[in-house]
Write a protein that binds this ligand. Structure first.
Ligand SMILES: Cc1cc2nc3c(=O)[nH]c(=O)nc-3n(C[C@H](O)[C@H](O)[C@H](O)COP(=O)(O)O)c2cc1C
Length: 197
């Protein structure tokens, strides 16, 4: 990784690194950790699937009524972390979070495979499952609904975009002289700065 040859903005570098991760055989490079904070300021963290990435930001989908959905409604800030172990690389993104309009979220929902839509429609994400036997019939009912009403959209399906304020590209180096390049959005333009390892 030659930071002096890096582009002026972070998004093209993300695309380069993602392309290289796929070529290097990184498994599930689109799995990304998302950090949010709860009402007490306590961090929360989980993995989600990256749905899209553009100049405007990094997007993922979840239920609006899940803990992360509620945390983002109250405090629309998040951090993302990609860790590509095979390449000793990580990418850190921090920024404000924007929820997509219902039409965009509906398109994202209908783009999914039937099994994924059914699993979403079951709902109750992260609620206590007092009786595990309650899940299979709930999933079967949701699958039947997806089959009989294929245009059904889960109103709780939400698409969130993290709009980057900082993006850091971290390349591990065996001698510990890890190469770090941080992009910082300052006003209209991006600033690039090297960081001590
Ligand atoms: C590889 C992987 C991908 C995942 N993708 C998603 C996802 O795209 N959306 C989602 O809501 N949960 C996803 N999950 C489950 C979340 O990690 C988490 O368990 C769930 O969303 C509940 O989080 P919450 O209680 O913080 O809201 C994924 C888990 C893994 C391991």
């Amino acid at each position: 990784f030659d930071p002096d040859a890096a582009p002026a903005e972070p998004f093209p570098l993300f695309v380069d690194w993602l392309t290289e991760a796929l070529a290097a055989g990184v498994r599930e490079p689109h799995a990304v950790s998302v950090a949010t904070v709860d009402a007490d300021g306590c961090p929360d963290l989980r993995v989600v699937a990256l749905r899209d990435a553009t100049e405007a930001g990094w997007s993922f989908a979840t239920r609006a009524d899940s803990p992360k959905g509620r945390q983002l409604a109250a405090q629309p800030q998040a951090a993302l972390l990609f860790h590509w172990r095979e390449q000793a690389r990580q990418i850190r993104v921090r920024g404000s979070v924007l929820r997509a309009d219902p039409e965009t979220a509906a398109r994202d929902f209908l783009d999914r495979l039937p099994g994924s839509r059914a699993a979403n429609l079951v709902g109750h994400q992260s609620e206590v499952l007092a009786d595990p036997a309650a899940f299979p019939p709930a999933l079967d009912a949701a699958l039947a609904r997806v089959e009989s009403e294929p245009d059904t959209v889960d109103p709780q399906h939400a698409l969130f975009t993290v709009r980057p304020r900082t993006v850091e590209f971290w390349q591990g180096v065996p001698n510990r002289g890890h190469v770090r390049l941080r992009y910082r959005h300052a006003g209209e333009a991006w600033t690039r700065e090297r960081l001590w390892p």
